[in-house]
Design a protein around this ligand. Structure first.
Ligand SMILES: Cc1cc2nc3c(=O)[nH]c(=O)nc-3n(C[C@H](O)[C@H](O)[C@H](O)COP(=O)(O)OP(=O)(O)OC[C@H]3O[C@@H](n4cnc5c(N)ncnc54)[C@H](O)[C@@H]3O)c2cc1C
Ligand code: SF4
Length: 502
């Protein structure tokens, strides 16, 4: 029996983040491990609701009240088993998920403080490593069937693990030089240190998954060759086509870049430094893209923008402005607009925001200003109002509010336009839809028989938790297609959507 009064006795408490001056002088994770006492106390706040809405908030269907109670009672081995029953990689979601489960927690009704579900999750995930080092669980019997997984992000890796454990021979093809998708070179180490990915990869390899890095499917190996080699193919190539502003004057100036160019270059030098001091970040052609000593303007208000902000601080930027087209959101849930248990539009401040920089809301960029040599020196902005009319976004400048912000480096973090246009699509005979994503039939197959799709490539740019959920569900569909015995868990179907009021 859970403690029905736990939430009355204990307030919501998170572990203290490492102090700002300390953490921006290195690339280590922002949160140190929480003590066992704190986590057991916080797990005690869970009421084990008769109808646990946290379940509905989580696409994986994590058994949150079960493992909260197991942690409360110190039954860590059972908590580890319960968490892994629904989530292949809780060390990723525990660190990185924005936690729609917490937004849906019953304790959050009326502005209350939800259970620290995500923190409990990460501590269970780390306990799994401490206890048995992520013991591999290879299949008892091989099925003799073979599957190609294209892309090694969380969707591809979750599918690969599910299929290998079901006895199929799985090969993951990744065009990059290292595995992990966006978790490897997109998301900085201060959010996810890379040993977490490496440990899981070692587990997958011990379970029989084969990895081929540096292989771009559609270029280095054709779709036809892949179909000849394997009985089924799962595409999990992500949604990496960055949105751009080609019409904005000055877009072609030196120093104006896609945010991902900056993040990938920066995360690569951190990886190469192996814990030492990273070299200055440069693009593959040698163009400098490091923030050291520069005035940075980041355009965009989401995860990618916050990651650029944290990187800029660690590289020693002279100053950072982060621009958002929309007005500053409220601090608390607006029940009329986003009633509980839906995901609320509120001001989201990441640890990177506590480290410095200035957020500027309700502004649009009019021009990237040339210093006379073809290098950006400033960004000209104007205040705006934004409204939706007939489903279209109307942005109206406020006359007389134009001003310049100094800028040596401008980073566009304004979202993604779906999966990249690349040769693999035509070779497999699959098309991008109007959102730039690849449609799936109810059984996760694309227009091409035996070719499945999952993760951001299917859903559009989303979250790790959705990528894992889709990877698990698509693996179940591939297993059924191959005539595998029994069923694998399928937490979502291709039409699944986050909780919404309408
Ligand atoms: C900067 C940034 C920060 C983010 N932070 C968070 C966060 O904090 N929390 C969160 O939940 N989500 C976050 N996200 C979103 C999250 O990373 C994605 O939703 C998730 O990684 C999608 O997983 P995926 O497996 O579908 O694709 P990806 O992780 O994008 O992986 C796709 C892989 O496919 C490979 N590939 C593509 N084409 C080919 C080919 N032809 N041949 C071989 N390989 C190919 C790519 O190289 C890549 O490795 C963030 C995204 C970005 C960009
Ligand atoms: S909704 Fe909150 S309190 Fe209820 S079971 Fe889930 S985590 Fe516990």
């Amino acid at each position: 029996m859970p403690d029905p009064n736990g939430f009355l006795r204990y307030p919501r408490r998170m572990p203290a983040r490492r102090p700002v001056p300390v953490r921006i002088s290195d690339w280590r994770e922002v949160y140190p491990p929480a003590g066992e006492e704190l986590i057991r106390e916080q797990a005690t706040r869970c009421m084990d609701c008769g109808i646990p809405f946290c379940h509905d908030g989580c696409p994986l269907g994590n058994r949150i009240p079960d493992w909260n109670d197991l942690v409360r009672t110190g039954n860590w081995d059972a908590a580890v088993a319960s968490l892994h029953a629904t989530n292949n990689f809780p060390e990723f979601t525990g660190r990185l998920c924005p936690a729609p489960c917490e937004a849906a927690c019953v304790l959050g009704i009326g502005g209350g403080d939800p259970v620290t579900i995500k923190q409990v999750e990460v501590e269970i995930a780390d306990a799994a490593v401490a206890r048995d080092g992520l013991r591999p669980r290879p299949a008892a019997r091989a099925t003799g069937r073979s599957v190609a997984v294209v892309g090694s992000g969380p969707a591809g890796l979750a599918a690969a693990q599910q299929l290998a454990r079901a006895g199929h021979a799985v090969t993951v093809y990744e065009r990059d030089d290292a595995l992990g998708g966006l978790l490897r070179y997109g998301i900085p180490d201060f959010k996810l240190e890379k040993q977490h990915i490496d440990r899981r990869l070692a587990q997958l390899a011990a379970e029989g998954v084969e990895f081929r890095t540096g292989v771009a499917v559609g270029v280095d190996v054709t779709a036809e060759q892949l179909r000849d080699r394997h009985d089924a193919v799962l595409l999990a190539c992500g949604a990496l086509a960055g949105r751009d502003v080609p019409e904005t004057p000055g877009r072609g100036l030196r120093g104006v870049h896609q945010a991902m160019e900056h993040l990938v270059a920066s995360n690569r030098v951190v990886a190469a430094a192996g814990g030492g001091r990273p070299a200055k970040a440069v693009l593959p052609d040698g163009t400098p893209i490091d923030a050291a000593g520069k005035h940075i303007v980041i355009i965009g208000g989401g995860d990618t923008a916050a990651d650029c902000l944290g990187v800029a601080h660690r590289q020693g930027a002279a100053g950072v402005h982060q621009l958002d087209l929309y007005p500053q959101p409220p601090l608390a849930r607006d029940e009329a607009r986003d009633p509980w248990p839906t995901w609320p539009w509120i001001l989201r401040s990441y640890p990177a925001h506590e480290e410095g920089g200035e957020r500027v809301f309700a502004v649009a960029v009019q021009e990237f200003v040339d210093d006379g040599t073809g290098q950006v020196r400033a960004v000209r902005i104007v205040e705006v109002t934004v409204e939706k009319r007939d489903g279209r976004r109307i942005v109206t400048p406020v006359p007389g509010t134009e001003r310049e912000l100094p800028a040596d480096l401008v980073l566009l973090a304004i979202g993604f336009e779906g999966t990249e246009q690349q040769p693999l699509l035509a070779q497999f005979g699959v098309r991008r839809n109007a959102r730039g994503a690849v449609d799936a039939r109810p059984d996760w197959q694309t227009d091409a028989d035996g070719v499945f799709v999952a993760g951001d490539m299917h859903r559009g740019a989303s979250l790790i938790v959705w990528a894992i959920a889709e990877g698990r569900a698509a693996a179940a569909a591939v297993h059924a297609y191959l005539g595998g015995g029994g069923t694998l868990p399928a937490p979502v179907d291709p039409a699944a959507q986050p909780l919404a009021a309408r």
